[in-house]
Design a protein around this ligand. Sequence first.
Ligand code: FES
Length: 579
Amino acid sequence: MDVREGADGMPPLRSREWFAGSDANAFTHRSWMKNQGVPDRMFDGRPVIGICNTYSELAPCNAHFRDIAEHVRRGVLEAGGFPVEFPVMSLGETMLRPTSMLFRNLVSMDVEESIRANPIDGVVLLCGCDKTTPALLMGAASCDLPTIVVSGGPMLTGRMRGRPIGSGTGVWSMSDDVRAGVMSEADFRAAESCMSRSAGHCNTMGTASTMACMAEALGVTLPGNAAIPAVDARRRVLARDSGVRVVELVRRNVRLSDVLVREAFENAVIVNAAIGGSTNAVIHLLALAGRVGVPLALDDFDELARGVPLLVDLQPSGRFLMEDFFEAGGLPAVLNRLSGLLRADAPTVTGRTIGENNAGAPVWNDEVIRDAGAPVRADAGIAVLRGNLAPDGAVIKPSAASPQLLRHRGRAVVFTGIDDFRARIDDPDLDVDENCVLVLVGAGPKGFPGMPEVGNLSLPRRLLERGVRDMVRISDARMSGTAYGTVVLHVAPEAAAGGPLALVRDGDMIELDVPGRRLHLDVPEEELERRRTEPGPAPAEATGGYQRLYIDHVLQADRGADFDFLVGRRGSAVHGHNH
Ligand code: FES
């Protein structure tokens, strides 16, 4: 790893530009900090470590972060650093409307500008609920200081009448059971408190767990970070150790870009396949790579992960939950089992390579973390589809789909937005059967706006009542990482940006061929040309404010849905000050 050291063994600290000296500015910077009881010795040149906290009672997955931050703080002090905690906007997946994804880029700006504008030498990012991990990493990557991620950890396994309930995944299946009349509404209500029984984020391999695994696979966390339950005392130890470690990263001037190299992203893509990770990881990793300047393309997800076995038997692709994963050995055990496929020489924040970190990590339960010779599935990667319906690509997670639907030709039933879908899906007059393909348009980055997690469209009630549990669904939306089904997502360009999804009409035949990586609208080109002259879906109406900025600048899904003006690394230099 490239380590840049200053002449005295320490790089110059940017915090000295605020706190060193005897002029009025230095007086002001120190004096106002002292109103918190900070002693003068804290300004003696020790590294200042920002603890970027996404604590919020409105982001329940991150509501225990004051405790996590306290243990990071202890570690920073133990290592001779000066910890300073600061808040950024938090994103609670379950609460935010219209969708938390709308705000991921906003939070990344909050993080980037908060770090750069303040006397901070290194950063600990406290990440938990889905979007908080990519948002914080994207912002920090654009600033590029020594950085380490501490995840909040998953909830303990929730149980109802002795049976485990997976966060999110259980909601989707129980909701279908209620709609199909096989579960009472009273039982559905009772399941709420059974499912969410402790602090932490979703306990399935949803987007939060996936992104925690991605952070660990990228090398920006200490080993074992992803799976330790939120309330396990070892989570506090990891937080404290991370506080110690980030001080060392500052002393050795190891920046985020020293760790987030192409090899790290390749590892993350492979690991995402092996854990049955969320399709959302595609969008977030593309955006993060764009920030740090690493070339990563949508097709890399297909090519790098082709043939990677699904080793982790967790919901929604499998059976178990994150607590089981932790007890089976967690991500270090997976990384060890994948060692032949990974770039073992990729650097990490420990100062060792990813191969060195995880060599010999044991598996304690071969049912949860399978051997490569007996995987849950032989070929688990996210498939990237192309064709006249998705010229810039679309994705599907075959491990969460029905094998018999991976090659399918069906009649389109088109919905022109999520409101249209909700209004008509249970209409007894809707002409639909289980062989149809449900198509949702207008739910992409610009169309909704914010690309909501609605792609796993509920099936028509009358088909559910007949026992149908999966159909092919296609949209320019995303899907919750806890969801499942034969669902084609992230169609690019989206309908509202002129994509051909806007040209589909009821009754058109659509061909899905996942093994052939093809998504085809079987309509003559002349007819498609004629339809292009008809008015199609437009970007969402925005009255102004942030939504206006979002619609004007968001990139398509194949570019990570970042803002065009945020791509890249801008560094931590700041010129001038306000006094
Ligand atoms: Fe926060 Fe699932 S709702 S991680």
